[in-house]
Structure formats: C-alpha cells, structure tokens
Design a protein around this ligand. Structure first.
Ligand code: HEC
Length: 117
C-alpha cells in the first residue's frame, strides 16, 4: 500500500517542475528545485533579485563570504527588516520548516552561483 503513494508524489513533482520551467528564461544556467519552489517568487528565476521583493543573490558578498553551513543556518532564521546587517530594509523570511536536506541543497546552489568569483 505504501508504494502506491510514490508515483503520485512523482507526478506532482513533475507537474510543479513543468510550471516553473515555462517561467524560466532560456539564459538561466543552474536550477535547483527547492529554489524554484521556495525562493523564486522573491529572488527571481535567475536569483538576480526582484525589485522590492528579494535582493540579488549572485552579486551577494554575503553569499560569497558565507560557508555552506553558515548559509544553512541563515536560511533557517532569515533576516529581520530592522536587522543591523539589512541590505534592503525588507524581511527575508526564515525557512526553518524546510527539510535540512533541502536547505543544504539550497546552500550549495547559492555557493555555485559564485563559482569562479
Ligand atoms: C518573501 C520574499 C523572500 C523569499 C520567499 C525569500 N527571500 Fe531571501 N531575501 C529576501 C529579502 C527582502 C532579502 C534581503 C534582506 C535584507 O535586506 O538584508 C533576502 C536576502 C537573502 C539572502 C542574503 C543576501 C545578502 O546578500 O545578504 C539570502 C542568501 C537569501 N535571501 C536566500 C534565499 C533563499 C535561498 C530563499 C528560498 C529558500 C529565499 N531567500 C526566499 C526576500 C525573500
């Protein structure tokens, strides 16, 4: 009986992936499912940020200087709008409810945006 759940989940995942793919610009290099699911609405399909929603993560010194482990911890907490280290004065929500494995994958993805620079 348990096995009958899995094909359903796979189909749902494929359907979601299909939706995101249609929004993605052809030039987008790397993709990450968790990013598309949780982050794209504010940071954009290419992680370049969206005005008044989320900052550019490719040109982010914070991402460049932070270790993957530090990024996982950051993602769990987010950053309050009145944090002394704020970039935009807007809230970065915490993602402590997201599975650790997905956060690790997200942190690796963010670091990969900075390969070679
Ligand atoms: C509701 C909108 C929103 C969502 C969803 C969101 N973010 Fe953010 N994020 C922001 C904002 C706004 C900031 C800038 C905060 C500031 O001004 O310091 C930010 C900042 C960041 C930073 C720090 C960048 C820097 O240079 O300081 C990282 C890293 C980041 N987000 C990653 C993510 C990831 C990964 C996800 C998905 C799990 C995500 N964000 C989802 C709005 C969002």
């Amino acid at each position: 009986m348990r096995d009958s759940i899995r094909p359903w989940l796979l189909l749902a995942a494929l359907a979601l992936a299909g939706c995101d793919a249609s929004d993605a610009p052809a030039a987008a290099a790397a993709r990450n499912d968790a990013f598309d699911q949780h982050c794209i609405s504010c940071h954009g399909p290419d992680a370049r940020g969206i005005d008044n929603l989320g900052v550019d993560l490719v040109a982010s010194d914070f991402v460049r200087k932070s270790s993957e482990a530090a990024l996982v911890e950051f993602l769990k907490l987010g950053r309050l709008a009145d944090d002394p280290g704020t970039r935009s004065g807007q809230l970065m929500p915490g993602f402590g409810w997201v599975a650790e494995g997905e956060l690790v994958s997200l942190a690796a993805f963010l670091k990969s945006l900075h390969d070679g620079g």
